[in-house]
Design a protein around this ligand. Structure first.
Ligand code: HEC
Ligand code: HEC
Ligand code: HEC
Ligand code: HEC
Length: 240
């Protein structure tokens, strides 16, 4: 950590001074966010500690998924075609599209840390919530230790970061408002996304709850896995 941190601060400080001077000069200096704010920091900040294969390789698994390309896809031929059909000129600039294709859409600026890059698409924090508090806590706990492949699993407090994104989080984007919406078995998709840590032991019941709830082939039609009920917020199935 010692080797990484000073370098990171050196990189951060120049632009920070630039903005401070600029803002102060324009009289636009606003009150600093409260120290307790838990800001969005971006997926790159999770990489160091969450790419070890032995621990589930969450970073590389996310990188291989379409979520990591959700912003780029808006500029593809398919993206332009969809945009045209919706009367949108530039889908990478239109709230009509980016609301579901980036992380932290419309989150107030003081809750976004410097260096956060919306172009990285649907990032870790779209599902796990803002990561700054967790980031700081884990750095503090690690002290001078380098991230290691052989580290044992450690339990962290439940209020540090969202450990289990609820299915209703997925439905904020995976719903009929999406021009390319495909009917799907949400439970199966949830299992597809989960990048589980093999070091962590789970009870049979926990594992069963994560498996597809839509029949063997997961070929359920809309409504069959309870997703419509969940959308209305009448049922919370993910906590089991
Ligand atoms: C300094 C290292 C470090 C950084 C940076 C870090 N984490 Fe973690 N994270 C940990 C450790 C250690 C644990 C506890 C589990 C373990 O031993 O691996 C953990 C646990 C988690 C868990 C809960 C897993 C469980 O126990 O059920 C999630 C979710 C998570 N991290 C997401 C993130 C995200 C998202 C980011 C980036 C915003 C991030 N982490 C950045 C070290 C880190
Ligand atoms: C309500 C959220 C939401 C909005 C708004 C939205 N999208 Fe999407 N978009 C999604 C989701 C979720 C998917 C993944 C499709 C799936 O697997 O169901 C997706 C997929 C796509 C794809 C990939 C094609 C595919 O079939 O997977 C393109 C291209 C795309 N969207 C373009 C756009 C454009 C352009 C706009 C704005 C006019 C837009 N989207 C607005 C949620 C949204
Ligand atoms: C912020 C919006 C957003 C949230 C939240 C979200 N998704 Fe997505 N998801 C998307 C978009 C957009 C795409 C399509 C990206 C593309 O085609 O490039 C997508 C694609 C996917 C895919 C196809 C990925 C692939 O690589 O083939 C799966 C599976 C998926 N989402 C599952 C989930 C699950 C499960 C959750 C909740 C734990 C979730 N998503 C939460 C926006 C979101
Ligand atoms: C589309 C939503 C989504 C995104 C994006 C996402 N995750 Fe997850 N993550 C999940 C789900 C779902 C689980 C499984 C939760 C469960 O039921 O235990 C999970 C579990 C985890 C766990 C705990 C593994 C375990 O065995 O308990 C860690 C650590 C984690 N994610 C880190 C990350 C990191 C780091 C990123 C970004 C590089 C990321 N996640 C991106 C949805 C997501």
């Amino acid at each position: 950590m010692r080797r990484i941190l000073p370098r990171a601060f050196a990189l951060l400080s120049l632009p920070a001074i630039f903005w401070l001077v600029l803002l102060a000069g324009r009289g636009g200096m606003t009150a600093p966010p409260p120290k307790t704010a838990n800001r969005y920091i971006g997926s790159e900040k999770c990489k160091n500690c969450h790419q070890a294969k032995k621990a589930g390789g969450q970073f590389s698994k996310w990188k291989e998924m379409k979520h990591a390309k959700a912003f780029d896809v808006l500029a593809s031929d398919e993206g332009k075609k969809t945009a045209k059909a919706k009367g949108v000129d530039d889908p990478q600039k239109s709230p009509k599209c980016i609301k579901c294709h980036v992380t932290a859409f419309e989150v107030p600026a003081e809750q976004i840390a410097k260096g956060f890059n919306p172009k990285h698409g649907v990032q870790c924090e779209s599902c796990h919530g803002p990561g700054e508090k967790h980031f700081k806590a884990r750095f503090a706990a690690a002290g001078d230790e380098e991230p290691s492949e052989d580290k044992e699993y450690e339990e962290i407090p439940d209020d540090e970061i969202v450990k289990r994104p609820p299915l209703k989080k997925c439905l904020e984007c995976h719903n009929e408002e999406s021009p390319n919406f495909k009917d799907f078995c949400l439970k199966k998709r949830y299992t597809d996304v989960a990048h589980l840590d093999p070091r962590k032991s789970r009870t049979e019941a926990e594992l069963a709850a994560m498996k597809c709830g839509c029949g063997e082939k997961c070929s359920c039609k809309k409504g069959e896995c309870g997703e419509l009920e969940e959308k209305k917020g009448t049922k919370e199935k993910s906590g089991d």
